[in-house]
Ligand binder design. Structure first.
Ligand code: CP
Length: 311
């Protein structure tokens, strides 16, 4: 594999999920594959899980890891032809090439602005690194996609499903802050690719990008949508049409034990208790969020392994 910037970079998703489950049983089996190879992780934004699980995955493969919180370095310019007389000290053209001298693989996290839809959709940060770096790029959550999370989610569903084609529902939840669409987008992409009965429920007006949802079933009635679900993935995203706005904080959309029923509760974390989901769900055996977070290591590890094999 040459890069992992969205789930379509995986040649065979079902096979990759099975390979990740095997790696989980024996994480050090390829501990020499990454010997004398370095992963550089660039964080433009905060992280707990992505940072630690990706480092752990790289170390399982024998790699060395260097992490840069980019906001502690020089301010990077991404626009072409700019007269750099303001706060940006270094252009991505140099930065990406320089970092490539120190890295065999670059992984990066860069959230959207949520104010400039065109800029966010263009994925200027991720695409610039893809263009100017001379080593493979891994997306650790960009403006519109979080493919490592989606792979971990698919691994979790595969491990826990009790029927061949489980019913999976993505359910919007309220949140006080404007959140990106990346997790929801990649989860939708992933569910469209694996063998599940998938639908989305959210308030009217909270449609995700139609180029992502395509013909996925959308039900504005949460109770109806959740009926007989096997997995319920709860996630907030800000308004996509009225871009980046928090136009609904209806607490009725919070996930409760009653609404969840016997389904497994999924969330990428971090999660705001008693806003997005009530304590009774997170503290119950139906919650699989810790298993999901654990699987972040093995989604990163299978991706790193496939890239290392191609270096
Ligand atoms: N789910 C996830 O990406 O977590 P972090 O933001 O903590 O990395």
């Amino acid at each position: 594999m040459k890069k992992y910037t969205d789930i379509n970079d995986l040649e065979n998703i079902s096979k990759t999920i099975q390979e990740a489950i095997q790696l989980k049983k024996n994480p050090y089996v390829f501990e020499n594959l990454g010997k004398h190879k370095t992963l550089v992780m660039l964080f433009f934004n905060s992280s707990l899980r992505t940072r630690l699980s990706t480092e752990k995955a790289a170390k399982h493969l024998g790699m060395q890891v260097m992490t840069l919180n980019v906001n502690d370095a020089w301010n990077i310019e991404f626009e072409d032809g700019t007269i750099m007389n303001l706060d940006k000290s270094e252009h991505v053209k140099e930065a990406a090439q320089v970092i490539s001298q120190y890295a065999d693989i670059i992984a990066l996290r860069a959230f959207p602005t949520l104010t400039d839809k065109e800029k966010d959709t263009s994925e200027i940060v991720l695409k610039s690194f893809e263009k100017f770096a001379t080593v493979p790029i891994i997306n650790m959550e960009s403006a519109t996609a979080h493919p490592l999370q989606a792979l971990a989610d698919a691994i979790t569903i595969e491990e826990l499903k009790t029927k061949k084609r489980p019913k999976v529902v993505l359910s919007w939840a309220p949140h006080p802050k404007a959140l990106p669409h990346a997790v929801a987008n990649s989860f939708v992409n992933m569910m469209q690719e694996i063998d599940v009965d998938f639908s989305i429920t959210h308030p009217k007006g909270y449609e995700l990008n139609s180029e992502v949802t395509k013909n996925t079933s959308i039900n504005y009635n949460q109770e109806e949508a959740l009926k007989d679900a096997d997995f319920v993935y709860v996630k907030n995203w800000s308004n996509y049409t009225d871009y980046g706005k928090v136009s609904n904080q209806d607490t009725h959309w919070m996930m409760t034990k009653k609404k969840l029923g016997n389904a497994k509760f999924m969330h990428c974390l971090p999660v705001r208790r008693n806003i997005v989901v009530e304590d009774a769900v997170l503290d119950s055996e139906n919650s699989v969020v810790i298993q999901q977070a654990n699987n972040r290591t093995f989604s990163a590890q299978i991706v790193l392994k496939k890239i290392l094999e191609n270096l």
